[in-house]
Design a protein around this ligand. Structure first.
Ligand SMILES: [Fe+2]
Length: 474
């Protein structure tokens, strides 16, 4: 992997500081003092990633990001920013920046960012094998179970791919490998032995003795044995190592009456390779997803920190929403979406100026119009992130009303997504019962009265009843 990192900043001090840190981490820093310089240096590519400032003469950082992305969409760009310009950092992420780093810089932060870029690059490389477009959503589709055309051609192996591509965990993986091997090779016995990496022993799942793995298997080679002299009703044993991320994860032992031969061995190898790829993808994808979530969560925390009166609000709304999710017996998948959407429901407030968000007292009509933009801003922040597709709409509609008089879209009734209707209740109840600088919070009984009064106008009547009966007064 190439290790050139381009640092774009008009401040020579910052260029120098970041260069030194990056060099210390084993990368080769190069610097540019403005956007035009940066673009001409990128001609001589390829670069591992770009760090850019936003406020620069000649060309702004946002303009530079757009121009780079127009030419090379997969080049990761990290924005250098101060805490005060969080809004700008978010604008930059909307233009395609992968992440941002705030002053003062720490080496450990830069290292985390570079590691993240490295993982994302691998993910994109992986995606490139399947398709010419580098869009991340194609990869997610692949993970969700789409087969690439190349595999369709290999019809005899299609069943393997379908089975493997839908796998999630390691336990599924092992049982699928055994099932598929039995289907591929008739009349064989198949067993899988996981490797204990500490003792280098293969663990016997049926309770027999663990045995030390051979050096050939550890090197990734297939071992073939004639077991005629042993107490086995099958004559041959073929042992395949399953290698995930360069390490032997276990072995697949196939006992057969005749030698397997090249073709059958090839099929098993294909099966094991596909399984390993799948597991690596799951791991990478989960890493990426977690990274993204932690970025969003830190944004939510920054938001809470801005307004001391609403800190912990997101957490309480999430807890109330999940309680509803459990009562309504939502699927695990729906509860995951609800969890993320509720935690981030007000994320769009990062785009609302302090003078309005933190104002003590009544808002003017104009100020209220600005506040009303936050569901759309929140949805726009999540929109470019492919795994957040479902959360996007839930957040967009969390201030709609059952009678259609809410914002931003004015949809009503069942047209409002169920999860948004749940968050509306949780959000309103928490707002009613929390103290504000200009008023005390309502008592629980008063809040129930208020919810009942607004049932059918603001709230979904059925959900409101369940919320009062099971969440507020269980
Ligand atoms: Fe909100």
């Amino acid at each position: 992997m190439n290790n050139k990192v381009l640092i774009v900043d008009d401040d020579p001090g910052i260029r120098e500081t970041i260069s030194q840190m990056i060099e210390g981490l084993g990368y080769a820093p190069e610097t540019a003092s403005d956007g035009f310089d940066a673009l001409s240096m990128l001609e001589s590519g390829p670069y591992f990633c770009v760090f850019t400032d936003i406020m620069m003469p000649k060309m702004t950082g946002l303009e530079l990001i757009k121009r780079i992305k127009a030419r090379e969409i997969s080049l990761p760009i990290i924005v250098i920013t101060g805490y005060a310009s969080l809004e700008i950092a978010i604008d930059a992420m909307k233009c395609g920046a992968s992440d941002f780093i705030a002053k003062p810089f720490k080496v450990s932060q830069i290292q985390l960012l570079l590691n993240k870029v490295k993982r994302e690059k691998l993910l994109i490389e992986e995606n490139r094998k399947y398709s010419d477009t580098i869009e991340l959503h194609r990869l997610i589709d692949n993970l969700a179970g789409q087969l690439d055309d190349k595999n369709r051609e290999i019809t005899s192996l299609q069943a393997i791919s379908e089975r493997i591509i839908s796998l999630r965990g390691i336990r599924d993986l092992v049982s699928a490998i055994i099932d598929v091997s039995k289907q591929l090779l008739e009349d064989v016995d198949v067993q899988f032995f996981p490797l204990n990496r500490k003792t280098l022993k293969l663990m016997n799942p049926s309770g027999g003795e663990d045995r030390l793995i051979s050096s050939e298997l550890l090197e990734g080679k297939i071992v073939r044995r004639d077991t005629a002299s042993e107490n086995s009703h099958r004559r041959f044993e073929t042992i395949f190592p399953l290698i995930i991320e360069g390490q032997v994860f276990g072995t697949l032992d196939v006992h057969s009456n005749t030698m397997l031969g090249e073709e059958k061995e090839h099929k098993i190898l294909y099966l094991l390779n596909r399984s390993a790829e799948r597991m690596e993808n799951v791991a990478l994808y989960e890493g990426l997803y977690e990274n993204m979530l932690s970025t969003l969560n830190s944004m939510a925390k920054i938001l809470d920190a801005r307004d001391p009166h609403t800190s912990q609000h997101s957490t309480r709304v999430t807890n109330f929403s999940l309680a509803m999710g459990n009562i309504l017996k939502l699927t695990e998948d729906e509860k995951d979406v609800l969890y993320i959407a509720a935690s981030l429901h007000d994320i769009g407030k990062v785009g609302i100026p302090d003078s309005i968000l933190l104002k003590n007292g009544r808002l003017t009509d104009d100020e209220f119009r600005v506040i009303k933009r936050h569901p759309d801003i929140g949805a726009d922040i999540l929109k470019p992130l492919p795994p957040m597709v479902r959360e996007t709409d839930i957040i967009r509609y969390h201030h709609e009303r059952y009678d259609g008089k809410g914002y931003p879209s004015g949809i009503g009734g069942q047209e409002i997504p169920l999860l948004s209707r749940i968050i509306t209740l949780a959000d309103s109840y928490d707002a009613m019962t929390s103290d504000r600088p200009y008023r005390d919070g309502l008592s629980v009984d008063k809040a129930i009265e208020e919810i009942l009064r607004c049932t059918g106008s603001q709230f979904d009547p059925e959900l409101a009843e369940i919320f009062i009966r099971n969440v507020i007064k269980p």
